[in-house]
Structures are given as structure tokens and as C-alpha cells.
Design a protein around this ligand. Structure first.
Ligand code: PMP
Length: 285
């Protein structure tokens, strides 16, 4: 059976799920999106994802044409229809079809699209042994140009960084901000463990406020681990005891090498492994 994709209130076979080539989401990356996980048939932290989607939309003067309740129903219905038990949901709100000019006032209605699919996970090896990443030369978007807090359809900044990472043989890549501070990876947030404390860049370093990041902070605080959201440099990364990344798709994944430097003893550390296990409990319970 073909997967069904939700577009503007209707479910279409995947092959017939199409939007206009005049949609400004396609022409200009003018739109917003969310990537969410389904565990045991339930969307994890749906409310938080919807809040972030609405905030992203607000920041780009885009009015989501349905209510949050209707959106939650659309997401849940699409997940149920496709029988997705453990999977991934991509939620897109694009500006809608318009003219070839930039003017969003000349577009018609924003399009709401929900894709619920199976997920291709990182191999187990990444979680057992940890990742090797590099810092790339592409800096994260300047927050006053395009704020990384907005999860917009324009992901070229991240794609350029990802290409640099891939060319260096890495599946993730670390991006700095315009001040040379650590920002985030192309599709994941970054954490360090240093002298027993959990460190992560603050939101105003120019990063996406990851839902998984928030969950990990909550889990750490429950464990009485001190969490500090402070500006970090590459040097802080190199001398950290542990490093890991967080994201809806990756969950919590250890990093054991950055720019050819071993982090800690070059193996996933005990705090990382504890948080990975707590995260699994939180999502699989
Ligand atoms: N940073 C960026 C740039 C991302 O695209 C994502 C999501 N893929 C994240 C961080 C992690 O966010 P979340 O935990 O909400 O998936």
C-alpha cells in the first residue's frame, strides 16, 4: 500500500502528493517546517513542535491556515492512516502558490503538508562507538539575517555545511556563529560534559532551540547535573570530557573526535551514556 500524504485537508497517495511549482516554498524556500518522531504510534512532544512551528511562522509573517488543534488532528490522522508505529513526521507550511516575484502578498493560500514515513536511523555503531565530526568553514546564519530559531524551508546554510562535512568523511559537521563561537551542527544541537557539568550554547548564540535539547536539559536537571547554557569556543570542545549531539532523528548520539582531536578518552563517556539511556526510557515508555 502506498503511503498517504496529507495536503490541505486531504490524503493523497504518495505518487499523487504534489504542490504547485509556483509555490513560494519551492521557488524561494518561503515556509516553515518541523521534523518529529513517532514512538509507539504517538508523536513525541507534539505540542512543543507545534508551538515552535507557530513561532517560526509568526517570525516570517506567515499565518498557519488552521488551528493548533486541527494541526494535531491532521498529524495524528496521517500517522494512524499510514500505520506508523515508530517513524518520522515532516510537517510543512509553505507560503503557497504565487507569482514569480518575491512578494508574499501575491501568493494564494499557505499549504499545509504532513508526511508520516518510516525512519532510516543512524547505524547502531554510531551510538556504541560515537561519531567523528569536524568544524566547517560555513558559519551559521547571522541571527539578524535569518535567525536560526526559525525552522524555515530555506536550509541551504545547513546543506552547505553538511556538504563540507561529507567531503571530509563526516556525517555531521559543527558550525560556528559569526562571533566564532560554537553554534550547532547541521541538523543537531551540541552538548559538552566538562568537570561534571553539562554545557551547551545558549539560544542567542544563533541556534535552533531543539526539542531534544530541551528534553535532555530536563533529564539532566532531574539527575542533579548542573546545566549551563553559555557561549562556547572550539577550545572548550577540544578540552571537554565528553561531547554529544541531540536531534529528533539522531536522538542522543556521542561524539568521540572533533577536528581530529580525541574528546576525553575517545569513547562515549558515562554522562553521555546515562543521558542516552534516560532519553530511551522517556521515549519508549
Ligand atoms: N539544529 C538544527 C539546525 C536542526 O535542523 C535540528 C532539527 N533537525 C536540530 C538542531 C535539533 O532539533 P530537534 O531536537 O527539535 O529535532
Amino acid at each position: 500500500m502506498s503511503l498517504k500524504v496529507y495536503i490541505a485537508g486531504k490524503l493523497y497517495d504518495k505518487e499523487d502528493a504534489k504542490v504547485s511549482v509556483y509555490d513560494h516554498g519551492f521557488l524561494y524556500g518561503d515556509g516553515v517546517f518541523e521534523g518529529m518522531r513517532v514512538y509507539g504510534g504517538k508523536v513525541f512532544r507534539l505540542e512543543e513542535h507545534l508551538d515552535r512551528l507557530w513561532n517560526s511562522a509568526k517570525a516570517i509573517w506567515l499565518e498557519v491556515p488552521i488551528s493548533k488543534e486541527e494541526m494535531a488532528d491532521a498529524v495524528n490522522e496521517t500517522v494512524r492512516t499510514n500505520g506508523i508505529d515508530d517513524g518520522y513526521v515532516r510537517l510543512v507550511v509553505s507560503r503557497g502558490a504565487g507569482t514569480l516575484g518575491l512578494d508574499p502578498n501575491k501568493t494564494s493560500n499557505p499549504q499545509v503538508i504532513v508526511i508520516a514515513d518510516h525512519i532510516v536511523l543512524y547505524p547502531d555503531e554510531y551510538y556504541e562507538k560515537g561519531l567523528e565530526i569536524i568544524t566547517v568553514s560555513t558559519i551559521r546564519n547571522h541571527p539578524t539575517a535569518l535567525n536560526p530559531r526559525i525552522k524555515s524551508l530555506n536550509y541551504l546554510n545547513n546543506i552547505l555545511a553538511k556538504i563540507e562535512g561529507i567531503q571530509a568523511g563526516c556525517v555531521e559537521a559543527l558550525m560556528l556563529n559569526h562571533k566564532g563561537e560554537v553554534a550547532e551542527c547541521t541538523g543537531d544541537n551540541i552538548f559538552l560534559v566538562s568537570r561534571g557539568q553539562l554545557l551547551t550554547p545558549p539560544i542567542d548564540a544563533g541556534i535552533l532551540e531543539g526539542i531534544t535539547r530541551d528534553v535532555v536539559i530536563e533529564l539532566a536537571e532531574k539527575e542533579d547535573i548542573t546545566v549551563r547554557q553559555i557561549p562556547l569556543t572550539k577550545h572548550d570542545v577540544y578540552i571537554a570530557d565528553e561531547c554529544f549531539l541531540t536531534g529528533s532523528a539522531a536522538e542522543v548520539v556521542p561524539v568521540i573526535k572533533v577536528d581530529s582531536r580525541k574528546i576525553g578518552d575517545g569513547k562515549p563517556g558515562s554522562t553521555t551514556r546515562r543521558l542516552m539511556s534516560l532519553f530511551r526510557e522517556a521515549t519508549r515508555s
